[in-house]
Design a protein around this ligand. Sequence first.
Ligand code: AMP
Ligand code: MG
Length: 355
Amino acid sequence: MPDTRRSIGFAAAVALVAIALAWGLWEAVQAPVTLRSAPPAVMGTECELKIVVPRHRSGEGRRALASAGDALRDVEALMSVHLADSALSRFNAAGANQPVELPQELLRVLWAAKRMARASDGAFDATCRPVVRLWKDSAKSGRTPTDEQIANALRHVGTRHLALGNGAASKRVEGLELDLGGIAKGYAVDQAAELLQSCPGATGGIVNAGGDLRCFGSAPGGGPWRVGIQHPFREGLCGALSVTDAAVATSGDYRRHFEIGGRRYSHIVDPRTGRPVERTHSVTVVSMGGPGRRPSATDADGWATALSVLGPAGLERIEAEPGLEALIVTGTPARPEVHMTRLFRLLLRADIRLD
Ligand code: AMP
Ligand code: MG
């Protein structure tokens, strides 16, 4: 009898140890790990991707990171004006009234660019390439373009001159050329973020292409993602956002600009005047996800460029767009002015500081 009791006790102890071991193992495989990749510079900018997955899903997580990196490069290969063999460059090289067959993805972005042009009353205009090129060439020669040169360039600008059809696009005027630099990075970020988000078990992730980013779920260690806002007048940050499901894009003259005769000009042009924008130094747009709505880095990117042209007066339009909030910095380093939509403040971790 005592022997039987001892064997039962022994069996119970073994079972307990086994349960504890299994529990420990279960905890270990379920523990979240953060995987990271930094694909080589895409669209002229550094990129960083992160995904948070349970340890036993690490293989899937790594594959999702690789596919997301490929997606960024695929968008660049289709839509860069700097690559002579991109589908966009092929369209730019074509003559007027000749339908050019284009990949669906590029057409999708061209439709988005057309919608942005309409929503911003032409402040965003993907047909601005002749004007952008005129100013860039002037920077090389060291002389600002003449009024006549600007008027000539503007003759080829206007989204109404771009006809989009089923599987093809065509130009309604000779000399029309597209530049998707104001929206394609956002679109690329969306494609990559969707791939991370569909990874089985993913509880969080972020795709950051040089400050244009989209995140979902929780950051490593839990809680919301912290997104810094670059100070427009000096190194460092002027604020930080706390977001979970969101896309954030920033346009600023401190980021990319050129100089003519010692004067700094923004790389963003006002398609209505043919001149670089002057008053707006930095624009940050946040697109938030909500019930039945994913955040859109495409919209955030497009609107950041459009608001650079429209200035603070454009904030009214953002107030009318569901899920969008924006911050604009104008003024001078000595007297900076901060403008924001009503709810932008709620996304900030602390007040914007421009000192
Ligand atoms: P972003 O940094 O997103 O504001 O994009 C700026 C880039 O978009 C410029 O370098 C140009 O290639 C292009 N761009 C400049 N002005 C405009 C404009 N008004 N609308 C659309 N794209 C523009
Ligand atoms: Mg943009």
